[in-house]
Design a binder for this molecule. Structure first.
Ligand SMILES: Cc1ncc(C[n+]2csc(CCOP(=O)(O)OP(=O)(O)O)c2C)c(N)n1
Length: 376
């Protein structure tokens, strides 16, 4: 998933896209934060160290405060980053904060996108420039078909008031929804089948084949650019561990996990391919892996928990700390009177609907009564 997102960022930067808005659930989020948003590993490790409850069982933290289930907060953080390469132009990548409520972030990132696309330099209606921003929505395979908000958001995708020139959807398909097999979680063959109803092209791709994944993403990016419509990649893979720290899938999905345990990791599959193609030696492939492990271990060992703030204490917005700007909001009384009068002046020969005429005369009557009451 990370190289796919990287490719989208690079393409967008080349095309002078100002903003990429992203929404995603928990699966893969820490890696996206670290590698796409550039969040330092020190910070991520520190959030785990700060978490009051490392097993995700609701309980009291060491301070005696009841944190409930909030120990999983580190999977919900957003971030943003400015991607600059070569020239001065920048592409800002924003990953929205996310509640546990699966898929609820989709209309939010759609709204973010439309807001930055709308150019309001001139008066009148805003001009929607869909080349300035796009959004990437990353879904779970069970959530995509199971949560109604997905269908609702897809329905907005071509409406004048909400369209953003197409979202790029990616299903992080790990075949299981917490502990539910797909045969028990959906009535369709593919996790992506809901998209068919909206005529969204779907690309199923094997997550073990990084080159195919990059081809899928290149196609999707170009499709959105050309046709200004949604496109979906069903990234079919698996997860090696449980849904969360408490889950043991070898108990709930023993057959599947026997297969997964016997299956080489994505790193091994790709490294073997590169070794076969003589791009990499076996030795180099091992060294890369060991080096990364060593780096992570060093970062972890040197981490000073106190250096990063407790994530359960939110940053207060400037407006709360310093108060709101003092803006003169009063309007001249005469201007208001004129506005009111103009609204009540109905052309004598107006050929309106009967109900409209009735409403207008009621408004006039109430307005006169109100003016009498306040002595205007
Ligand atoms: C709106 C909502 N409904 C239900 C849940 C409970 N829940 C948490 S994870 C999960 C399974 C999600 O499966 P999937 O979409 O396949 O994502 P995965 O975790 O497997 O990556 C469910 C039902 C939730 N968090 N939010």
């Amino acid at each position: 998933m990370v190289p796919m997102l990287d490719r989208m960022v690079m393409n967008a930067h080349k095309d002078d896209v100002d903003h990429i808005m992203m929404g995603m659930a928990h699966r893969g989020r820490l890696n996206v934060l670290a590698h796409v948003l550039g969040k330092p590993y020190e910070m991520i490790f520190s959030e785990f160290a700060h978490a009051p409850d490392k097993t995700l069982v609701p309980s009291e933290g060491s301070t005696g405060i009841n944190y409930g289930w909030t120990g999983d907060v580190k999977y919900h953080f957003g971030a943003n980053r400015e991607y600059v390469e070569g020239d001065e132009s920048k592409t800002r990548i924003t990953l929205a904060h996310n509640p546990s409520h699966l898929e609820f972030v989709n209309p939010v990132v759609g709204g973010y996108t439309r807001a930055v696309q709308d150019q309001r330099d001139e008066s009148g209606y805003a001009k929607n420039d869909v080349n300035k921003a796009f959004n990437i929505q990353i879904h779970g395979d069970a959530a995509f078909i199971g949560e109604g908000v997905v269908a609702e958001t897809l329905n907005l995708s071509q409406l004048r008031g909400y369209e953003t020139g197409g979202s790029i959807h990616l299903i992080a398909n790990n075949l299981v929804g917490f502990t539910t097999n797909h045969q028990d979680g959906r009535s369709t063959k593919y996790a992506s089948d809901l998209a068919k109803g909206f005529e969204i092209p779907v690309i199923h791709v094997n997550a073990d084949d990084p080159i195919a994944c990059l081809t899928a993403v290149e196609f999707s990016y170009q499709y959105r650019k050309q046709f200004k419509k949604d496109v979906l990649i069903d990234l079919v893979g698996y997860r090696r561990y449980g849904h969360n720290e408490m889950d043991e899938p070898r108990g709930t999905q023993p057959q599947l996990y026997q297969d997964i345990d016997n299956h080489p990791t994505a790193y091994e599959v790709y490294a073997n391919r590169l070794v076969e193609e003589k791009v990499l030696s076996e030795e180099e492939s091992k060294t890369y892996k060991e080096d990364v492990k060593k780096q992570l271990r060093e970062i972890y060992d040197n981490m000073k928990e106190s250096e990063f703030k407790d994530p359960s204490v939110p940053d207060l917005p400037d407006e709360v700390v310093n108060g709101l700007d003092q803006i003169e909001t009063a309007v001249e009384l005469d201007a208001l009177k004129k506005l009111n009068q103009d609204m009540l002046n109905v052309q004598k020969d107006l050929k309106g609907l009967r109900n409209l005429k009735k409403s207008l005369s009621a408004v006039k009557k109430h307005s006169m009564m109100a003016r009498k009451l306040i002595g205007l």
